[in-house]
Design a binder for this molecule. Structure first.
Ligand code: DOR
Ligand code: ZN
Length: 349
C-alpha cells in the first residue's frame, strides 16, 4: 500500500455483502458497486429468493446484463437456505461455483426472510454437508422472538445458536455478518479463525442509535440489525482499527424505494453503495489505522473464501465529494446513505 499525503492506493476491494434486488432497481444500483469493487457477494433474499442453481444462474445473468461494461466486476452468488434446501443441490452448486456460500436467514428476522429457517435443527443435515465440502455459511445473526429485546437479538443469537452450532460443526466455515455489538466483537476476537470471521458495515461504524431519532424519526437509518448504543459503535471501530484479520468489508448495501422506506411498515435497509468505500477510508483515517485499510477491504475476505486477491489497484484521493441526493428509478426514487453530504475522500478519476 502506498500512502502519500492525500492519496492512498490499495488492492481493489471486494464487498462481501451486497443486496442488488432485481429489474429496474438492479439496473440503477449495480454500477455503484461495480465502480468501487472487483467482486461482490450477492445476497439471495429477492422477493422470490435464490434457493437453487437454476435461479442463481439466471439472476447472475440478469446482473451481468445490467452492468456497465467499463467495469470488470464479478458477482459471486449465494444460496438462500430454507427448511427444504436439498443438500445435493447445494453441493452441486458449490462444486460448480454457482454458489460461493449459503445464507442463513432466521425466519422473519429481516427483509424477505419469511422463507427462512424456522429452527436450526431443521437444517442439521445441510450444515453437515456444508462442513464436509467446505462451503461457507453466512449468518444473519439475530434471535427474533417476542420475549427478546430488539437490542439484544444479536448477543442472544451468539449465546443460544451460534456457540452451540460451532460446537457441533467445528470445521464449518462461518461468517457472522454485519456485526453490531461489543459482544460480537469480543466473540470474534476470541474465536476468530479461518472457520469464523465477521463483516462490519459502514453505517454501524458511523452511527449509533441516537442518530435514528435525532431531530425526529429517521426512517432512512432503519436497518437490521438495528443501530446500537455508542459503546457498541466504539467497539466496532476499535475492532477494525486493531488490524485483526478476522474482520472484513461487507457493506450490506440494501436499496429500497423511497415509498417503501417511508411506508407505515417501512423497510429495513440502507443503500450505501455510492459512499461505502469512501466511508470506510474516512473511518480508518479517523482511527489512525490507515495501515490496515487494505487488509480489511481487500485481503482478509479473499483469504477466508480461499479466493485470489485482486490484481488491480484503486486510488482514493483526499478531495471533497458530494453524495447524490437521490437516484430516480422510474417514477420512484432511492435516497442513498449520506445523501447530499460532503465526504472528504473520493475516487481518483
Ligand atoms: O437492513 C437490512 N436490510 N438488513 C437485512 O438483513 C436485509 C436488508 C435488506 O434486504 O433490505
Ligand atoms: Zn444484508
Amino acid at each position: 500500500m502506498t500512502e502519500y499525503e492525500k492519496k492512498i492506493t490499495i488492492i481493489k476491494p471486494d464487498d462481501w455483502h451486497v443486496h442488488l434486488r432485481d429489474n429496474k432497481i438492479l439496473k440503477k444500483v449495480i454500477n455503484y458497486t461495480g465502480k468501487f469493487y472487483a467482486r461482490a457477494l450477492i445476497m439471495p433474499n429477492l422477493d422470490d429468493p435464490i434457493t437453487n442453481c437454476f435461479k442463481s444462474i439466471s439472476y447472475r445473468n440478469r446482473i451481468l446484463k445490467s452492468m456497465n461494461w467499463n467495469y470488470k466486476f464479478q458477482p459471486l452468488m449465494t444460496c438462500y437456505l430454507t427448511d427444504r434446501t436439498i443438500p445435493e443441490e447445494l453441493e452441486i452448486g458449490f462444486l460448480k461455483k454457482i454458489f460461493i456460500a449459503a445464507k442463513l436467514y432466521p425466519y422473519c428476522s429481516t427483509t424477505n426472510s419469511k422463507k427462512g429457517v424456522k429452527k436450526i435443527s431443521h437444517i442439521t443435515h445441510i450444515l453437515e454437508r456444508m462442513e464436509k465440502i467446505g462451503m461457507p455459511l453466512l449468518i444473519h445473526g439475530e434471535e427474533v422472538n417476542k420475549s427478546i429485546d430488539i437490542y439484544d437479538r444479536e448477543a442472544e443469537f451468539i449465546k443460544n445458536t451460534l456457540d452451540p452450532l460451532r460446537n457441533c460443526f467445528p470445521k464449518l466455515k462461518i461468517v457472522l455478518e454485519h456485526i453490531t455489538t461489543k459482544e460480537s466483537v469480543e466473540y470474534i476476537k476470541k474465536y476468530g479463525s479461518n472457520y469464523l470471521c465477521a463483516t462490519i458495515t459502514p453505517h454501524h461504524l458511523i452511527l449509533n442509535r441516537n442518530d435514528m431519532f435525532s431531530g425526529g424519526i429517521q426512517p432512512y437509518l432503519y436497518c437490521l440489525p438495528i443501530l446500537k448504543k455508542n459503546i457498541h459503535q466504539k467497539a466496532l471501530r476499535q475492532a477494525i482499527a486493531s488490524g485483526n484479520k478476522h474482520f472484513f468489508l461487507g457493506s450490506d448495501t440494501a436499496p429500497h424505494l423511497h415509498k417503501d422506506k417511508i411506508n407505515f411498515f417501512g423497510c429495513a435497509g440502507i443503500f450505501n453503495a455510492p459512499s461505502s468505500l469512501l466511508s470506510y477510508v474516512t473511518i480508518f483515517e479517523e482511527m489512525q489505522a490507515l495501515k490496515y485499510l487494505q487488509s480489511f477491504c481487500s485481503e482478509n475476505g479473499p483469504k477466508f473464501y480461499n479466493l485470489p486477491i485482486n490484481k488491480e489497484t484503486i486510488t482514493l484521493i483526499k478531495k471533497p465529494l458530494k453524495i447524490k441526493k437521490r437516484i430516480s428509478v422510474g417514477n420512484n426514487i432511492i435516497i442513498p446513505f449520506l445523501s447530499g453530504k460532503i465526504l472528504n475522500w473520493s475516487l481518483e478519476n
